[in-house]
Design a binder for this molecule. Structure first.
Ligand SMILES: [Ca+2]
Ligand SMILES: [Ca+2]
Length: 475
């Protein structure tokens, strides 16, 4: 039942090269070529059943593999399957694939994947049992014979699930088979005596049925099988605590549920990045200048880097998603210090001392305030300001003085600015003077300056803020 090539020449070429780079005995089929030529063969003992590359069966891309079982005969027998020939492999063998039970009459049983030895023995069978859609892991060995292990996993109708099968110790008397469903370990059968055996075939579809009464439609997509560890899930990692405006690195990695280092995927994976909670953008470079929504893991890579730029405080949850992989997410706290000045307003006579106290300012939890950035925004004359939390100001010239304060903490973030007003009583001889501001924009309040600290020019603006502070001291 081999089928000739039909569509997708470019995709087929890409898959050709990806396969060429894979380990011997490996199979990767996302069915995007629209045919089943990637498989070495198959058999069709039940003429009423069919297997085909189908658009209706796609989990990712345009095509998937669709099995239609219309055979309601009683008793055991083969139904319909594809077969991939493996060249006498020992040691490890792994297979993973997406599976959807699209329709079911709720009766009988279906073996959906089978790994066969050179002796023709079932090293591993993955089965569905109805009613209920329970997933079973089964297989035989030289010691105990055929064992069937029920799992807690049930396949809901119409939902895609990721199944991962791993065999270890093939060819030895200490074999083990394991099955994960949707990233959760469902069954482990150890101490299998597979002494002298090797793996020669991997079958997918419905190679066997213990009770052929099962009738329905099963879809498969993104099948990967072979000795290497196939990527099945994403891992997203980064700092758990960051400051507003801090461009922080993120690591996006490919993993398998078995925890082993994975082989490169052989195709380019465009991973979607998303965040909920605090306002946050993703970027490709450490300057956080160009926003992105996806990051690409190349065909020969198993990881990629990205950067996140939080723009508001609060908890956030960051997530990485790709349709062929289980997603991953992690939580982070976006923190910022809070500036406070007391009193916010006061009135003194000329020559008296005005005190401004910022000691009630708060750093981010678990951190220390590292800088008090004072600035005179408006006043009849310049004022010498220190870098301390408390300012004692001898203000001789009557008029209205407006001061602004921001604080920085050891996490690296800046507070929003706060203002304090000092009115010096007396006859105002000089017109009110709008002092020149600091940084790139003359007269710009510190609020504007600090709001820009979340932008790519953050470092330069920090230096500008320092210059502003030094200049204020000299006035
Ligand atoms: Ca596909
Ligand atoms: Ca059947």
């Amino acid at each position: 039942m081999r089928r000739g090539p039909t569509v997708g020449a470019a995709l087929a070429a890409a898959l050709c090269c990806a396969e060429a780079a894979a380990a011997p005995g490996s199979l990767f089929d996302d069915f995007e070529s629209g045919d089943l030529t990637r498989w070495s063969g198959g058999w069709q003992p039940a003429p009423s059943n069919s297997l085909s590359a189908s658009k209706a069966a796609a989990h990712r891309g345009s095509f998937g593999l669709r099995l239609v079982d219309a055979d309601g005969s009683s008793g055991a027998g083969g139904q319909n399957n594809l077969e991939h020939t493996v060249n006498a492999l020992t040691g490890r063998y792994r297979a993973r694939f997406w599976l959807r039970l699209s329709s079911s009459n709720g009766q009988g049983m279906a073996t959906i994947a089978k790994v066969l030895s050179d002796q023709g023995q079932a090293v591993a069978d993955v089965k569905l049992r109805f009613p209920g859609g329970a997933v079973l892991l089964a297989g035989t060995d030289l010691g105990s014979g055929y064992l069937e292990e029920a799992t807690a996993s049930r396949l809901a109708l119409g939902q895609w699930h990721l199944l991962e099968l791993e065999l270890q110790g093939v060819g030895t008397s200490a074999g083990q088979r394991q099955l994960y469903v949707d990233g959760v370990l469902q069954a482990t059968t150890g101490s299998r005596n597979w002494n002298g055996w090797s793996i020669t075939k991997f079958n997918l579809g419905e190679p066997w049925s213990d009770a052929r009464e099962f009738q329905g439609t099963i879809d498969f997509d993104d099948v990967r099988a072979g000795p290497e560890s196939h990527p099945s899930r994403l891992a997203l990692a980064g700092a758990s605590e960051v400051a507003v405006g801090q461009c922080v690195p993120l690591a996006v990695q490919l993993r398998s549920s078995f925890g082993a280092q994975v082989a490169p995927p052989g195709i380019s994976l465009e991973v979607l990045l998303a965040a909920t909670g605090a306002e946050l953008s993703f970027h490709a470079e450490a300057s956080c200048s160009q926003p992105i929504s996806t990051v690409t893991i190349g065909p020969g890579e198993t990881s990629a880097s990205a950067f996140a730029l939080p723009q508001s405080t609060g908890p956030a949850r960051l997530e990485a998603r790709h349709p062929d992989l289980l997603p991953d997410s992690f939580s982070l706290s976006v923190l910022a210090p809070v500036a406070a000045v007391s009193p916010p307003e006061q009135e003194i006579s000329s020559g008296e001392i005005a005190t401004l106290d910022a000691s009630a300012s708060r750093p981010s939890t678990g951190h220390l305030i590292t800088a008090y950035l004072w600035r005179l925004r408006q006043g009849p004359t310049g004022v010498r300001l220190s870098a301390e939390a408390k300012q004692s100001l001898a203000l001789e010239v009557p008029g209205d003085y407006r001061f602004e304060l921001a604080v920085q903490d050891s996490l690296g973030g800046f507070s929003a600015p706060v203002t304090a007003r000092v009115k010096v009583a007396g006859e105002v001889f000089h017109p009110r003077e709008q002092l020149q501001g600091c940084g790139a924009t003359a007269g710009a309040p510190l609020a504007s300056l600090l709001s820009l600290l979340a932008l790519p020019l953050r470092r330069q603006l920090r230096r500008a803020a320092s210059r502003c502070f030094r200049n204020s001291r000299l006035r």
